[in-house]
Design a protein around this ligand. Structure first.
Ligand SMILES: [Zn+2]
Length: 106
């Protein structure tokens, strides 16, 4: 029985940092079990930039059913939150913003 996919597998592409044209991954090499280096070539013939990017595995979204004891990854969500996502007020700002304090129009 074949599994039906509801997505199209994609070749990892990125944009050239110089001309922002789509760049294609041509080769990759494993650095370790969590890191690969990928060689990209810019598709803009006038640019021709060839560069190396790193692909890293950072966290687990759903645990493996056959986990390797050698792999220890933190658990997290698909999309990472910014590091400063707490809602603390600055120490010098005890008053609500003027827009928050104003009566709402009814
Ligand atoms: Zn380019």
């Amino acid at each position: 029985m074949t599994k039906k996919r509801n997505y199209t597998p994609r070749v990892p592409a990125t944009v050239c940092p110089h001309c922002l044209t789509r760049s294609i991954a041509y080769d990759s090499v494993e650095i370790d079990r969590l890191t690969r280096e990928i060689r990209y070539v810019c598709q803009n013939a006038d640019c021709g930039h060839t560069f190396v990017a790193q692909l890293g595995i950072f966290r687990t979204v759903r645990p493996s059913m056959i986990p390797s004891p050698a792999i220890r990854l933190p658990h997290g969500q698909w999309r990472s939150k910014p590091a400063n996502d707490d809602n603390r007020l600055p120490a010098n700002d005890d008053q609500p913003d003027a827009a928050e304090a104003a009566p709402s129009p009814t």
